[in-house]
Structure formats: structure tokens, C-alpha cells
Ligand binder design. Structure first.
Ligand SMILES: NC(=O)C1=CN([C@@H]2O[C@H](COP(=O)(O)OP(=O)(O)OC[C@H]3O[C@@H](n4cnc5c(N)ncnc54)[C@H](OP(=O)(O)O)[C@@H]3O)[C@@H](O)[C@H]2O)C=CC1
Ligand SMILES: N[C@@H](CC=O)C(=O)O
Ligand code: NA
Length: 428
């Protein structure tokens, strides 16, 4: 057998620990598949003495994580996290030294992916990040290899395991948002800063990477319009169910007016759509290609085992010498596209208001919609909540987004509203 692929591993937390366990358990099979063993030789994290449930005494310990790139290794694996800081320093120095670089760090790739891809190409080194998008699902490989012959018109899906776990628990058990978040954190799904998950930022990181690979455009995280699930109430989930929908946080990217359209938002998904049946920390990505048709990738989007599976799959590719440009084409071929104007996009909408229980409130909402040219398909009003306010949920007929925004703007500051309205798009 040929020389092992020698690895330096930065980060020994949920995913780093998973990678060590996976290589311990499946190492012999992986060596046969890769044509050579994959061996961790050096590791680093913050705390050398932490009990990690795996034996790390057999590896060289490196105090300064950013110094891992100067070890005698073929590939540096970064599982620390953070868009900048030691992760970015390590990425730059590893690639500059001509070493392969594998990461699960979507924040860093969303912000600095283009620069790192250019550095990798210059050095002739591998830059791979399958674990960064939808965890264990081989969606990057699927798009950059399996669907490479297609023009992709739209890519969308459930990209955050924590949010999907929370929404499906809220739906199944009627439980409180905060309580379920704590459970997702305990299971190792949530980011170090869980606001990244619940405010849609993590999904936006992933969407910008996915869109770049799907459309051949430069990653443009700043152009992703993102909001999360912290304002979704159990009542919204119940109303959606009564209307034949489930609430899911979706990332959606397609070609829009004037550029690329990228959005992360809670959506109403028709119960007949496969994404409505994706529960727990599972992720699912739909890609629509002009020759292959609709592809659906589904699987575990978070957690130690699935994420380690994606990291090690990247290592196997490198061990085989099979790696191409990080974003599926040379970085010089990636197009710089601006953000599309969403105002003219047409669709049906769910808008929920918390209102004071008094005469004329419904008329005020209806008038704001009418004046903006938005036609109401259905309206549900539920009894008073704890604070005495009443929930009014409307579903609109198809309307341009600009018109719905106008109606909400007109209602802003109204004495009738007791809280911010929640606007969710309906997936068609
Ligand atoms: N958890 C998941 O399901 C998924 C995570 N990811 C990504 O994988 C990466 C790792 O996530 P995860 O394993 O969950 O994170 P953890 O918080 O579990 O682990 C992070 C590791 O990095 C080490 N670390 C943190 N800060 C520093 C630092 N400044 N210098 C050196 N080492 C540091 C920690 O050291 P110590 O242990 O000593 O504190 C720890 O070992 C992130 O980019 C995340 O977004 C991607 C997909 C899924
Ligand atoms: N925090 C992320 C982890 C995987 O990327 C998630 O919940 O999906
Ligand atoms: Na993946």
C-alpha cells in the first residue's frame, strides 16, 4: 500500500471527535477505498486536558492551532469554526504551504471562500468543504459532479438542522421555542452562537455556498436576505396545519430580476411537498436541472457522525487524487452577479398579525391590503391570547412582494397592532 495521507486536525469538539471515531472504526475499509490509509498525526484545540471520550494521546498535540500548517502533513482539517480568527489563519497558511485543506466551516467559506479557492488553485492544493453544507448529505458532490452537466434553475431546501428540529418539535409536541432550543444545543446541533441558527444566518452561509456551486457565481453571502424562526409561534404552526401547510425555514436561490435571488425565510410548505415531511435535524435540498429534472438530497444535516462522514469523504477524495476547483469551476470563471430585486416576485403569502381585540381592526388590515392591491384568499382570527391580543392570520392570493411590503408598511405603527406581523412566503 502507498504512503498514508497524513492529517493535522484542528478542533476536537462535536465534529472533530466524530472524525477521530469514524477513522478508528472504519479506517481499514477507508484505506481500501482510498488506496491508502488516512492517518491523523497531529491535533490541536483549546484545552489539552479536556476529556473528549476518544484517545488523543497517540497524536502529537500542538498548542498553537494556527501552527498546524507547518507540520509534516498532507492535509489540514479545520473543525474549529468562526469566519475569521484561527480558522482563517490556518486556512491561509495551509493553502500557502501547498497542503490540502478540508473544513466544515460554512461561515468562513461563505465569507472568504473565493479568496481561499484562488489560493488553493494557485498552490495546486485541494480545498474541500462538503460538511459545510447540509452536514452529511453529499450535496456539494452531487451538484459539482453528478449534476455538473445541467443548468440549474433553482436550488432550495432545509439547510439548518437546529431550526428544523425546533420547528418539528414545536409542531409535534406543542412545546415552547426556548425549551426546544436548549435540547437542540444539548444534542450538538447548534452553532457556538445559536443565534446564527435561529436567525437564519447559518442557513444563509450554506445557501450562498450552494448557490455559487449551482449557478457558477461568486459566493455572495452579503446578498442573502435572511430571517429566522424566533418569531414563529406555535399558533402559526397550528394555523399553517389547518390550511394544509407545514412551517419550514427554507433557503431559496434562483435567477431573479437583475441578478441572483437568495433568501432564507420561514416558509409555508404544502403538505404534499417532500420538504413538509422532513423532520428533526434532517436537511433536504432540492435542485432543478434542465436535463436531470428535480433532484432531492436528504439526510442528516448536523451531528457528529453525519458531519464526520462528509469530512472524511473529502479526505478520501484527496487521498485518491480526485479533487477539482472548490466551487466546481476555476474561480476566474465564477460570475460576479448582483442581488436580484425581489419586489416584482409574485407569490402567495401568509401574514399573521397580533392585534387588539377591538372594533375595526380587521377592516384596517383589509384596507391596507386592498390599497396595496393585495387580494386576500382567506382570513382566520383566533381568540384572545394571554396578553389580551388576538391573532389574525391571512393568506393572500398571488401578489408581488412589493405590494405586500407596502401594506405592512402602511400598518406599521398602527395602534391596532400589538406586535410585529410575521410574513411567511408560501412555497409553490
Ligand atoms: N456540530 C455540527 O453538527 C456541525 C458543525 N459544523 C461546523 O463544524 C465546525 C466545528 O463545529 P463543532 O464541532 O460543532 O464545534 P465544537 O464547539 O463542538 O468544537 C470546536 C472545537 O474547536 C476548538 N476551538 C474553539 N476555539 C478555538 C480556538 N480559538 N483555538 C483553537 N481551538 C479552538 C474547541 O476546543 P476545546 O474543545 O478545547 O474547547 C473544540 O475542540 C464549525 O465550523 C461548525 O459550523 C458543520 C456541520 C455540522
Ligand atoms: N448548526 C448547524 C449545524 C450544521 O451545519 C445546524 O443546525 O444545521
Ligand atoms: Na454536505
Amino acid at each position: 500500500m502507498t504512503q498514508p495521507l497524513r492529517i493535522a486536525l484542528a478542533g476536537l469538539g462535536t465534529v472533530g471527535g466524530g472524525v477521530i471515531r469514524l477513522l478508528d472504526e472504519n479506517g481499514a475499509l477507508i484505506a481500501r477505498r482510498a488506496g491508502r490509509p488516512i492517518e491523523i498525526v497531529a491535533v490541536s484545540a483549546r484545552d489539552r486536558n479536556k476529556d473528549r471520550g476518544v484517545d488523543i494521546s497517540r497524536f502529537a498535540w500542538v498548542d498553537d492551532t494556527t501552527a498546524l500548517a507547518s507540520r509534516d502533513v498532507d492535509v489540514v482539517v479545520e473543525l474549529v469554526g468562526g469566519s475569521d480568527g484561527p480558522a482563517l489563519t490556518l486556512a491561509r497558511s495551509a493553502l500557502a504551504a501547498g497542503k490540502g485543506f478540508v473544513t466544515a466551516n460554512k461561515a468562513m467559506i461563505a465569507h472568504h471562500g473565493l479568496e481561499l479557492a484562488e489560493a488553493a488553485e494557485k498552490a495546486g492544493a485541494a480545498l474541500k468543504f462538503e460538511a459545510a453544507v447540509a452536514g452529511g448529505i453529499p450535496v456539494i458532490k452531487g451538484l459539482r459532479e453528478g449534476a455538473a452537466a445541467n443548468e440549474i434553475s433553482r436550488v432550495y431546501g432545509i439547510l439548518n438542522g437546529t431550526c428544523n428540529f425546533i420547528l418539528s418539535k414545536m409542531e409535534a409536541e406543542g412545546r415552547d421555542f426556548a425549551e426546544v432550543l436548549a435540547e437542540a444545543q444539548a444534542l450538538g446541533y447548534a452553532e457556538a452562537d445559536p443565534t446564527f441558527d435561529i436567525d437564519g444566518i447559518d442557513a444563509a452561509h450554506k445557501l450562498s455556498i450552494l448557490a455559487s456551486i449551482a449557478f457558477g457565481t461568486q459566493p455572495a453571502f452579503a446578498d442573502v436576505a435572511a430571517s429566522g424562526i424566533r418569531h414563529v409561534l406555535a399558533a402559526d404552526i397550528a394555523e399553517a396545519a389547518a390550511l394544509g401547510y407545514r412551517v419550514r425555514l427554507l433557503g431559496v436561490a434562483d435567477h431573479g430580476a437583475g441578478g441572483l435571488f437568495q433568501r432564507v425565510h420561514p416558509h409555508l410548505v404544502p403538505i404534499s411537498h417532500p420538504l413538509a415531511h422532513v423532520t428533526g435535524a434532517t436537511n433536504a435540498v432540492v435542485a432543478e436541472g434542465n436535463y436531470v429534472g428535480r433532484l432531492l438530497f436528504q439526510g442528516a444535516g448536523a451531528g457528529d457522525g453525519p458531519t464526520a462522514s462528509a469530512v472524511v469523504a473529502d479526505l478520501i477524495d484527496i487521498a485518491r487524487g480526485e479533487f477539482g476547483p472548490a466551487f466546481a469551476m476555476p474561480s476566474s470563471a465564477l460570475l460576479a452577479q448582483g442581488a436580484a430585486d425581489s419586489g416584482e416576485r409574485r407569490g402567495r403569502n401568509y401574514v399573521r398579525f397580533a392585534v387588539a381585540d377591538k372594533v375595526g381592526v380587521l377592516a384596517e388590515i383589509a384596507a391596507a391590503m386592498r390599497d396595496a392591491g393585495v387580494s386576500i384568499e382567506s382570513l382566520i382570527q383566533r381568540g384572545a391570547s394571554g396578553d389580551g391580543s388576538v391573532l389574525v392570520a391571512i393568506v393572500t392570493h398571488e401578489a408581488p412582494e412589493r405590494a405586500v411590503a407596502q401594506a405592512l408598511e402602511r400598518l406599521r405603527g398602527s395602534q391596532s397592532l400589538t406586535g410585529q406581523p410575521l410574513w411567511m412566503h408560501i412555497l409553490e
